[in-house]
Structure formats: C-alpha cells, structure tokens
Design a protein around this ligand. Structure first.
Ligand code: UD1
Ligand code: CA
Length: 457
C-alpha cells in the first residue's frame, strides 16, 4: 500500500505581518514547512506533495531541494479546496494519504508513526490527531458520539454548547486515498467563513458508514503558528526538546536556556557547550569538544577534542584537537587540519591549513593552501585580491612567516623557508631560504639634536 503526504502551505499568514510566506519562517533555524516535510519523510512518507498558493515562488524555491512535488491553489477557498487542488496528485493512488499543515512544526516523528500504525491496523478511512486543552478557542472542536468521532465543528460555526468542547482538531490527518477523493467532491461552503473545510470530510465519511479513528496527543505537538509570538513559543518548545535530546546522548549543556542548537545538528558525547552558542544548519560536532561562550557555527564539521571560543565558523571543517578563537572568523570552504591553533582576531577565507600549523594572532589568510607545522607571526596578511581578481598563495610545510609579513598573491613560500618580519613578499621564496623584502635600516646619528638646534622646530 502506498504512503503519500500532502502539506498545506498555500495560506497567507496575515497575522505574521511579513513579506515572507508564513511557512518559511524558521523555528530552530529551519523553515516550518521543511520541518514538516522532513518529519513526514522520517515517518516513511516518501512521496510528498506541497500545496502552494500565496507566495508560491518563495515556498517552492525553499522546499525544492527536498525533492517534493507541488500543487497550486490559486485562490484560498479553504483547506478542503486546497486538498482538491492536489487532485492530480491523488488521482489513482491507493493507500494512505497523510495531510499535515506547513505551519505546525512541532509534531514528532514518533507521533506520526503511531498515528499511521493505528490508522492502518484499525482499518479506518480517516484518522485525526486531537488534543484536549483548557482554552480551545480558535480551533475546530471534535464532537464525539460516545467514543466515536462524529464530526469537527469550526470555532466560528460552534453553538454555545459546542464551544465548551475541549478536544480540538490538530489539523493533521491520515486518510484512505480513494475515500478521501470521493468525500472531497461532496464538500460545500455553507458555513460561517464561506470556505470549503477539509474538516467536513469527517462528517461526510461518517454518514457513509466509514470508520473514523482519532489519536490524542499532547497539545505542544499540535500547536499551529499564526503569529510572531506563537513562533517564539514554538521556538522555546522545540529548543527544549532538541537540548534534552543532546543531553540524553551525553552532551553537557551548561545552560540549556541559552544554548541554541538547530534541528539537524549532530553532536557526539562528552562535548561541553557553554552559554550563548548558536549551532545551526547541517553541523556535525565530534566527541569531547568544548564550545566556550558566544560562538556561531553554521553548516560545519567540528572534529573530536576541538576547542572553540567566541568565534564564527561558516561551512568549514575543523580537524581533531584544533583550537579556534577567541574572536576568529572561519569563512566558507575552509579546511583546518588537526592540532592547529587559530588564535585571536584571525580570519581564514576559503583556505586549507595543514596539521599542527599555528596562526596565533591578528592574521588574515585568504585563498591559500598552507602546509603543516607552519608558524605565522603576528599580523600576517595574505594579499589575495588586486581589486579585480583573487589569486592563490601557497605556504609549504614547516615554513616560518615572520610578524607583519604581507604575502602578495600569487606567491609561494616553499617548505621550511622563512620570511623576515615586516616583509612584503611578492616573489616565491625557495625552500629552506630566508626572504627579506623591506628597506634596509639607516640610523642618522644625532638627527634629533641637530633638528632642535636648527631653531626651526
Ligand atoms: C484548521 C482547521 C481546524 C484546526 C486547525 C488546527 C479547517 C477548516 N480547520 O483551522 O479545525 O483546529 O486548523 O491548527 O481545516 N490553507 C491553504 N489553503 C486555504 C486555507 C488554508 O493552504 O485555502 C493552509 C494554510 O496555509 C495553513 C493550513 O492550511 O497551513 C491551515 O489553515 P488555517 O487557515 O490556519 O486553518 P485554521 O483556521 O487554523
Ligand atoms: Ca492555523
């Protein structure tokens, strides 16, 4: 039996007051709709179709890397109408169709799997996810007849009595594909909002004597995000969940409340993370790493036993036992070896740095290939840009770059060579040689005294 997922993402999200489509706002560093897509995939729904409408170009651009297909809902006539817009996707499919919303990113993989299991084993035509909450205002209410679900009534269509019902519809469902298509064609929009409600499918199925199931789950998983304050609430809940997961895996978080770890970050055990670290994107952190406060690490791979302090690392790799910072900036496509020291106020751009090299202070290295056990003196600058093009610099193993050297690219300092402090190196330095490129010092004896005596000053 096939498994298909539809994700509703055509709505406008007026209450966000944003030029960005609501479902593209991020929670723990990832767009809400992408959270939902990833969770559906993990729960074994391979074939995912996203229903787009308002801001569809943005939504398609940000989700297309996830290999999904799209249906377009030109006019937003309700959630039932949205699903009808995916008719071409649903046509001829047999099996289970999961329908989830792109603005509810807190659903857990396990809950989707449990729901699928109960849906399939129970032989239901529809299974909905519900929660019981104190203040159900705004949500569709689940009306039961004994244990059986009878129908869902939207808040705006509830009678006084129905408003008191505390079981709410999470807006997450599993349907039998063929029965869903049949029921959708019977939807009407004779309700308070004049919309085609997907929720009415439940009553239609019930009236055809089909079996309806319901799984109850905790409210936190079913929260929808409609405003910036709900976005912040979702962030807190997901952050707690992510942090707990890492602590259970053996990572120490000194202060979980001020540790920000993205949903797709992997961290091995015995790593210690101090407050105010932001770890984002597709980052992998090894064992025994220490992250002192105030770093941002994005899409990077950090080896075992690395130490990082107050630094920014973007799309780069840092080898085992290397230390970075304080105040270092590692820019995209850099590969730093093992046992390297990157010290204070060092910027590395698109360069490789060999094992055991030391770049301790106030240095810029761009577009360079640096060997192992190289020592950079304080204040080295790789001059990689002539205002028009970028050029490459190569520094061989065991080279020693004197303080305040400029390496004007393209240039090579060969293995074991030295550059004299203050040199502006424009020509290659042969192996084991010393390159000196600065004016020879001249001392003028008594110059200061003579200047005074001249009476002019
Ligand atoms: C919906 C449910 C409600 C449930 C609640 C849970 C209906 C009629 N109501 O209400 O029972 O308690 O979710 O959060 O389904 N969308 C479209 N096209 C449209 C309208 C909406 O794609 O024409 C999308 C939105 O982008 C959003 C989702 O569907 O991702 C839900 O729409 P929204 O308007 O937020 O529905 P609710 O009023 O919250
Ligand atoms: Ca909603």
């Amino acid at each position: 039996m096939g498994k298909y997922a539809l994700i509703l993402a055509a709505g406008e999200g007026k209450r966000m007051k944003s030029e960005t489509s609501k479902v593209l706002h991020k929670v723990c560093g990832k767009e809400m709709v992408n959270h939902v897509i990833d969770i559906m995939r993990k729960a074994c729904f391979e074939d995912v179709n996203v229903i787009v409408g308002k801001g569809k170009d943005q939504v398609m651009a940000k989700t297309s890397s996830r290999d999904v297909s799209f249906s377009v809902q030109e006019e937003q006539l309700g959630t039932g109408h949205a699903v009808l817009c995916a008719k071409d996707f649903l046509q001829g499919k047999k099996g289970t169709v999961a329908i989830f919303t792109g603005d509810a990113p807190l659903i857990r993989e396990e809950t989707v799997k449990d729901m699928l299991k109960s849906h399939e084993e129970g032989g239901y035509s529809a299974t909905l996810l519900t929660s019981v909450i104190d203040d159900p205002s705004g949500y569709g209410r689940v009306k039961r007849d004994g244990d059986d679900v009878e129908k869902i009534i939207e808040h705006k269509d509830c009678s006084e009595e129905e408003l008191l019902l505390q079981e709410i519809n999470a807006g997450m469902y599993m349907f039998d594909a063929e029965e869903l298509l049949k029921a959708l064609l019977l939807l009407k929009n004779d309700n308070a909002q004049g919309e085609y409600y997907l929720t009415d499918v439940i009553e239609i199925m019930k009236n055809s004597d089909l079996k309806i199931g319901a799984s109850i789950t905790e409210f936190d998983e079913t929260r929808g995000v409609n405003s910036r304050s709900q976005l912040a609430e979702a962030e807190v809940i997901l952050r707690k969940r992510i942090n707990l997961f890492h602590m259970e895996n053996g990572v120490t978080l000194i202060d979980p409340n001020s540790t920000y770890i993205g949903a797709d970050v992997a961290i091995e055990n015995d790593t210690i993370i101090y407050p105010n670290n932001l770890i984002e994107g597709n980052t992998k952190i090894g064992k025994g790493v220490t992250l002192y406060p105030n770093s941002r690490i994005l899409d990077s791979e950090i080896g075992d036993d690395v130490t990082i302090t107050s630094s920014v690392i973007l799309s780069s790799r840092i080898g085992r036992n290397t230390s970075v910072g304080p105040f270092a900036y590692i820019r995209p496509d850099s590969v730093i070896g093992e046992d390297v020291k990157i010290g204070d106020f060092v910027e590395i751009k698109k360069s490789t740095i060999g094992n055991g090299t030391k770049i301790s202070h106030l240095t810029y290295i761009g577009d360079a290939e640096v060997g192992s056990k190289v020592n950079f003196g304080c204040g080295t600058v790789v001059v990689n840009y002539d205002g028009k093009s970028k050029f490459k610099t190569v520094v061989g193993d065991n080279a020693f770059i004197g303080c305040n050297t400029n390496l004007v690219a393209p240039v090579t300092v060969h293995e074991g060579a030295f550059t004299a402090a203050g040199s502006t190196i424009t020509e290659d330095v042969p192996a084991e040689s010393l390159g000196i490129a600065r004016a020879k010092q001249v001392n003028k004896d008594g110059w200061v005294r003579k200047r005074k005596d001249s009476g002019k000053y």
